[in-house]
Design a binder for this molecule. Sequence first.
Ligand code: PLP
Length: 367
Amino acid sequence: MPRPIEALIHQPALAHNLHRARDCAPDAQVFAVVKANAYGHGIDRVFDAFRGADGFALLDLDEAQRIRDLGWRGPILLLEGCFDARDLELCSRLRLWHTVHCEQQIDWLAMHKTHEPHRIFLKLNSGMNRLGFTPSGFRAAWTRLNALPQVDEISLMTHFSDADGPIGIDRQWAVFQEATADLPGERSLSNSAAVLRHSERAGVRADWVRAGIMTYGSAPDFPQHDITHWNLRPTMTLRSRVLAVQHLQPGDSVGYGSTFIAERPMRIGTVACGYADGYPRHAVHGTPVLVGGRRTTTVGRVSMDMLAVDLTDLPQDGIGSEVTLWGQGPNGKVLPIDEVARAAGTIGYELMCALARRVPVHLDPLT
Ligand SMILES: *Cc1c(COP(=O)(O)O)cnc(C)c1O
């Protein structure tokens, strides 16, 4: 028998969540963002469920190649554009749309030999200060691109830094509008948080939204809202089993560093899941977990291959009981990845991307 840990990728949940992006932005086209190996889910495993998207958005050229190999003939957008002049050859060959965020990328295009002009997403730095042309340089970049025979349509793009929080998008939206006023072309502004929280503004959801985390069943604005609020479903479950049971007396400790000391008699389950599986070592004592579909908590420190859970109030559970670390548990019970992430001082994105290679992954075609 292999270790009992496994991950499930829920295909109906992926399709449902993608639909939610459509519902929120009904007149927009939707890019399914599948960078970072589809947020740890595996591009091959999400592809079928995301066939209903209008395009795929990603970063790595080999991921673009993979999507083409899977038979996708529609749009693929490189969110950071080319990393080197030679990447343009693959863009031509695979008909990739690509972001242009700096002068050097325009220089490369100007020297590129291609029969088919490229569709470009010209990126404005509207305040996040990561990628993109400044508002004052944007128009000149557009004019330069527009004069190149290598360039076909130019779309206009920016990225919000605070769509999920109290700062919001007003300032960046104003900067975008001013910098792009009277420039032709389709627009692409919204990530998941903007799709969920700001799509009442037609200009914000136009014309292409880039839905990432929401399609993977994590709420970008947790804990203000959770996936139930947004009607999203977990797409990744990490589950394992109880390997051993320990009975503690008051004063007994659990795990490395003896950081947890029992104050009462307790029953503890040792679970086959540790940080080498992608479970966060920073998850504090008391992180929620489901055993047999019932909620309980972790106890003490997470070790490489194991962690402990409190079974004191779950007398029916013991060796072999199913443990849901996050995602969909038995009997329709859900433990949102966001709750576990929060207990570890991080976000759902990081946990799903960090699912370890040693965890076997199975497709769930039913939920
Ligand atoms: C990752 C990314 C997205 C998707 O963001 P989510 O918060 O996961 O929806 C959208 N746009 C760009 C440019 C990105 O890099």
